[in-house]
Design a protein around this ligand. Sequence first.
Ligand SMILES: Nc1ncnc2c1ncn2[C@@H]1O[C@H](COP(=O)(O)OP(=O)(O)OP(=O)(O)O)[C@@H](O)[C@H]1O
Ligand SMILES: [Mg+2]
Length: 252
Amino acid sequence: MSKECLLVAISNQKGGVGKSALTVVLASYLHYEKDLNVAIIDCDSPQHSLVRMRERDKKAISASPYHQQLVEKQWERTQKRAYPIIGSTAEKAREAADKLAEKENLDIVFVDLPGTVQSTGVFRTIVNMDYVLTPSIPDLIVMQSTLSFATTVLDYAKSQKDVPLKDIIFFWNRLKKRSNTDVLKTYSQIMGELNLSVLDSTLPDLCRYEKEITHAKKSFFRCTMLPPPAKLLKGSGIGELADELIVKLKLK
Ligand SMILES: Nc1ncnc2c1ncn2[C@@H]1O[C@H](COP(=O)(O)OP(=O)(O)OP(=O)(O)O)[C@@H](O)[C@H]1O
Ligand SMILES: [Mg+2]
């Protein structure tokens, strides 16, 4: 396995906070726009929603001359193939990532973990990542369980010598236009006191996340074969989030 390949789990026990959606959008942006070599391990078994999304994207693109042309132009520009998306169980994710990194030259592997699983096997997967990225929504009940889980994991990681996990990095997702910034500041302060890292970048709640490629419509945001188009990237916070991560995780 190449030394520089970083393993990053996208994790939050709470469902619906945007783990899978952001895994794809971030992966596509970093792979197709930022010249990094990315892979995804999809642990949402047995549904494997991202593996299935790749299949949908392939079909939709081959049925649409407009999107096909975009993929061809991208190939001419980058000479890069689509990144791999591999299905795995959450318990076997580390092994799946190692296997992939052995045969491909990768900079970063995102592991999309399901919300509901809490088992020893998943705990092992989490502490065997380099980083955990945790999208969160500012909700009291969600935050209480998320924070206590994070501190438990980090305390364990610090107490063990051979555990690779370096940090759990939080960021806010799905912020409404009128969200209370005081609440966010309070949460961020509590997280600071617990020595948890919170990114400066925040992501607004936007309808564009629903837009997948179909042969009938040109517009799309979430796609495994193409990056989010510049027009829709603007205002999404994804570019800023990616730039902050590139610096924080020393990806370049
Ligand atoms: N910033 C956002 N603005 C609007 N919708 C969003 C945003 N982020 C995610 N979503 C939407 O929220 C829904 C839930 O997201 P997603 O499936 O990624 O959550 P998840 O954390 O992976 O859930 P699970 O734990 O069930 O796997 C999806 O419909 C997704 O498109
Ligand atoms: Mg998911």
